[in-house]
Every structure is written in C-alpha cells, then in structure tokens.
Design a protein around this ligand. Structure first.
Ligand code: M6R
Length: 607
C-alpha cells in the first residue's frame, strides 16, 4: 500500500522521484516525502495529497542526482509530517523508506536508546535508520545486511547514505521491490508502474535479498552476502494501459474494459470443439490434479467472492468438494490438509499479506499450491507451484472490478478443466466453452445499459442503507454489490442470501430502505421472486437485476436493470456489471474519490 521509489544517475533526482510517487499513488497513501542528496541531504515531507509535497519541493532547491522517496499509508504512528518517510538516523547520514512492519521494534528501540540514539517519530521504520547507522562503517550494503539480520517482520526497504553517495540499497522480506538500470541511471521501486517510463526491463527481488544499485549496475546478495544470479523480466504493460484512457476515473475505465479483459483471460484457453479448457500453467501437474479430492480456495475481499462463484461452479461441474477460506482466518485456525488437497490462492495484486500467509501455511502442510493472479511476477505468482494469470491488465482503481470478472471467467475454465478430467460429458463441456466464448460480447451489451444504471443511481443516491440479495450463483454477486457500494460511496450496505432475509434482516425494511435483488432467470428464480415479494409487502423499494425478456419482474420491482441471458454459472459475470456501475455513479454523484476511497489501499500488504 505504501510506495517506494529511488533513483541514482546523471539526472536531477527530485522530478524522477515525484513522477514515481505519482505513478504509485493509486495504491493509497496519506503522506509522502523524499530526500535528495546534493552537497548535503535535503529532506522534505508532507501530509495529504502529493501536491502538498510537490509544492514544498518547488520552493526548496532540491539539487542532487540521487535520492529516495515514499508515499505512506499509516500503520504505526499517526498521519503526521514527522511520521512520514524518509526517516534518518541521529547524524543525518542514513535515510530509509520502508513498506511493512518491524515487529520487534520496541526491543530494538530500547537497545538503540541505551547506545545513545534519540528518536524523533512514533514509527517502527525509524528504528531501521538508526540500526543501519549503528553498523555503518563506510559501505552501506554491509550495514544493511548486518542490521536486517536482527529485524523481525516484513519489509520492502530502500536505504541511501550521505557518506556512501550514489548508491541505493534495497532489502526485501514479504513486501515487493523491483530494481532496474537503464544506461542513464539505476532505479528501485515497490511497484513497476513507478519506473515504467524509464525502462521495461526490471529485476524482481525475492525475500531475503539485498540489492545494491548504482547508476551503471547492480548486485544482489542474500543477508549473508552470498551473490545471487537474477533474471531480467520484460514487463508486458504499456504506459498507456496504466492511464485512464480518456475516462474521468480509472474505475469507469476498468469497468468498461471488461469485454477486453475477459477476452484476454479466455484467449487460447478454450477448446470449443473438444469442450475443454487448456490451462498451460497447470499442465505439468495434470496427473496430480486428476487425483485431487478436495480444493481449498483462499482469498480476501472481492477475490474471495469470485472464489465463492468458483466453489459453486467446480462442485456443480467437476464434483470436487470445494471450500472457500478467508485467508486471514485460514492461517490461524489449524486447518486440516490431506495429501490430495489442492490449494488455490486468488489475488489481483499477488501481494495481499493474508493470502500470502495462508499460502505459506498450505505449502507447509503439503498441499499442491495453485495461484490465480493478475500481477505478473508478483510475490504470490512466484511462490505457487502452478499458476494461472487472469490477464486483466493493470487494475488501478482501488475497487476491484475487471479483476473480479476475469477471476470468475478463469474459475469457469478451471471447472471445465477439472470437470472434463472427471465425468463432465463432451456435450456439457462444449456448452460451457461456447457460453464462455460468447461472454465478451454479452458484457459489451450489458455495458450499453450504463445510462439506465445512472438514472437508478440518481434516484437512490441519498438512501442511507441498502440490502443486496441473491441466491445460488447470485449470492456472491449480492455480497460483491454490497462491498462495492460501501467502499466507493460510504453508504451502509449489506449482502445476503435472499433466503436469509426473513431470519432477521427484513426487520429493517421500510419505504426508505432499498434492496437490490439479483434475480436472473435461473434455477432459483421463483424462490428469489418470493423473497422479493416479502420485501415488497413491507414497502421496501426494489431494484432488480433481471434477465432480458422478463417482463413479469417489472410488476414487482420499482426499477429493473436488464442483463443478457447466459448459462446460469456465468450470470455473475453479467449481473455484477450493473452493480459496479451503480456504486460508481452513486460515488461520483456524492462527490467521492472513487478511485481512492478513504481508508483503503489497492494492495493490502500488512495483516
Ligand atoms: O489484490 P487482492 O485481490 O488480493 O486484494 C484483495 C482485496 O483486498 C480486494 O479485493 C479488496 O476487497 C478490494 N478493495 C475490493 O474492491
């Protein structure tokens, strides 16, 4: 969630650092800062938007050709200038920026205080500057290696020292870092988006590695100074892809990109005639997957709701028992994993701390670990035994939209893959494959009703509470609709299985409490309709998301948003779209920062 950027080369560092921070801003932050090393180190920090930092930089003369910068999302210590990074030691020699948490910071702080160090912030990060200074004897990388051996916790750490100029030292444990050297300088960033305009050839650091980057080269070692060979990765994403493409918000751009992101998720993976899915990443494990007798899927937030859709699809079409586990719970609750259990972690970012920790737990217990990930080269992608990318492209809006639909599409491919390994017939396989190939066109058609959603948004934007209900495949969609609305608009919203309403929630219904009912023409349509009628009888306004051709629903619902017909298992990919748009339009109408909602960050890299 915080952003790191460092530069050393022959250009002025300050503009490069500011540009990098701007490109990382989508991750969410509450303060920022940078240090540039000229004749002496110049440190500047600011609370609030990056513009605050930019203004300060403009008024100072920040001359210097190397420096480090950071955008912070507070974990330890309040949002204040003094708690913003970079942090320095008492002598203003060593400066650090850090993503993650130093778990043993109290113990380290006490020891450093005994040795005469004085601290100026409430952060755990400041300890690192003092600790590195404690070991500093002229070579920064040596001091970093010594210091980090004593640190417990997680870190993406970038360090620079006035007394060892021109050198950036980066260390990683459970928080991503990428380095690059492009002929005119060296870069370190927590997110490749920060350096994509300078070079697309990057090196991802692994846990336990320390990189020393200068203007013309880099070396990577472990904490014991053993040199590591590193591979250069050529990034796929263009700069344009990471921009808004003319829309007012990334969220809208990403909602509208879904026909394309689905196409990308499906490309080359559907064998329609054979009624099969071809998932290259799983092929080396095909035999082991054939004997898999249980699948655990773990994820957080929106990814866990995609997982629920996957659970229903895989159980229905492949007959494998599936459990969806909240990753933050899984890691602490002593789960039982058999030798034929497969474990699938789903994450857009591939950096979610809880999902990574759950994966580590499953790995230790001997499960075959699989990943469904969007960000290429992310930590999760590197840690699973077999992976499938959903190829949704960069998702910059904090609200997950196109990642969700492409995750569900890949889970449908997985259901097909597992199903055809077992008893799913050729005819059924073909039916799924054909329906999947038609999806991008149907999503496009769904998006064409955006103006109808906008009208509904206008009508209900002042409601203070919403229910979202659905059954079977529409149940996770209802949960996702509620999550989207609350995170983007700050309106209270709850999602329920429609059958749950009369067990309590319906007590809240009155004429001011709207319910969004996801009610496609599927196998549970009649049941959901009865639940809607119960709400109607209590004068609750109903907004229905229904299948085209269903005129009956107009007699019951106050407003209807139509989606095209598809196979029941694929309805979530269509029915979620009006819900994404509803959250978006209400958010915009209420003046919310829809791309960066308050208190949230794109990638949750702390527990
Ligand atoms: O990067 P991940 O998919 O692992 O992220 C998981 C959740 O943090 C994420 O889906 C979150 O719930 C979004 N804000 C939802 O829009």
């Amino acid at each position: 969630m915080c952003g790191i950027i460092g530069y050393t080369g022959d250009k002025q560092a300050a503009p490069i650092l500011l540009e990098g921070l701007r490109r990382e801003a989508y991750r969410g932050y509450d303060s920022s800062g940078m240090v540039v090393f000229g004749t002496s180190p110049k440190l500047v920090r600011a609370v609030g938007k990056l513009e605050e930092l930019e203004q300060k930089v403009a008024t100072l003369s920040m001359d210097g050709i190397f420096g480090i910068g950071h955008s912070r999302w507070a974990t330890h210590g309040e949002v204040t200038e003094v708690n913003a990074h970079p942090h320095a030691d008492c002598k203003s020699n060593v400066f650090v920026v850090h993503n993650g948490i130093v778990e043993n910071y109290r113990e380290l702080r006490t020891k450093l205080k005994e040795k005469g160090h004085a601290f100026s912030s409430d952060t755990d990060t400041e300890i690192l500057a003092h600790l590195i200074e404690h070991f500093f004897e002229g070579k920064l990388e040596e001091a970093v290696r010594k210091a980090m051996r004593l640190v417990r916790g997680t870190y993406g750490l970038l360090v620079a020292a006035a007394q060892d100029p021109g050198k950036l030292v980066a260390a990683r444990l459970s928080s991503p870092l990428v380095i690059a050297v492009n002929g005119t300088g060296g870069f370190v960033a927590s997110d490749p988006a920060a350096i994509i305009t300078h070079t697309k050839k990057v090196v991802f650091l692994e846990d336990g590695e320390v990189a020393t980057v200068t203007a013309d080269g880099f070396t990577v070692t472990d904490l014991e100074n053993n040199v590591k060979d590193k591979e250069i990765t050529e990034l796929e994403w263009s700069v344009e892809e990471a921009q808004k493409g003319g829309r007012p918000h990334f969220m809208l751009k990403e909602i509208e990109e879904q026909p394309e992101s689905l196409q990308n998720a499906l490309r080359g993976r559907l064998l329609v005639e054979e009624g099969k899915a071809k998932l290259g990443g799983l092929e080396p494990f095909a035999e082991r997957l054939r004997s898999t007798d249980r699948l655990i899927i773990t994820a957080m937030g929106t990814a866990s709701l995609a997982a629920m859709v996957g659970e229903y699809m895989i159980e229905e079409y492949a007959g494998i028992p599936v459990e969806v586990e909240n990753a933050a719970e899984f890691r602490y609750r002593k789960p039982v994993i058999g030798k034929n259990t497969a474990f699938l972690a789903i994450s857009q970012s591939g950096e979610t701390a809880d999902t990574l920790a759950a994966l580590a737990e499953a790995k230790e217990k001997g499960a075959l670990t699989l990943g469904l990930i969007n960000v290429i080269g992310s930590t999760l992608a590197r840690q699973v035994q077999a992976g499938i990318y959903n190829h949704a492209g960069p998702e910059i809006g904090v609200a997950s939209t196109k990642a969700f639909t492409s995750q569900v599409a890949v889970l449908a491919l997985l259901a097909l893959f597992f199903g055809r390994q077992r008893s799913l017939s050729l005819v059924q396989g073909r039916r799924i494959a054909e329906a999947l190939s038609a999806l991008p066109g149907l999503v496009q058609k769904t998006l064409e009703s955006a103006s109808a959603v906008e009208k509904v948004a206008e009508k209900y934007k002042d409601a203070s509470d919403f229910f979202f209900i659905g059954r079977k495949y529409s149940y996770p969609v209802a949960l996702e609709g509620a999550l989207k609305l609350k995170e983007i608009t700050y309106i209270h919203a709850e999602g329920y299985g429609a059958g749950e309403m009369k067990h309590g929630p319906i007590a809240l219904i009155d004429e001011k409490f709207p319910t969004v009912a996801v009610v496609p023409s599927d196998s549970v349509y009649e049941k959901t309709l009865s639940n809607i009628q119960e709400i109607k009888a209590r004068r609750g306004p109903i907004i229905a998301v229904a299948s085209e051709g269903n005129n009956e629903i107009e007699e019951i619902a106050d407003d209807v948003l139509y989606i095209p017909k598809t196979l029941e298992m694929l309805t979530p990919i269509l029915s979620v779209i009006p819900l994404q748009l509803l959250a978006y339009y209400i958010g915009v109408k209420k003046g919310r920062d829809v791309d960066k909602p308050r208190n949230l960050a794109k990638s949750v890299t702390v527990e």
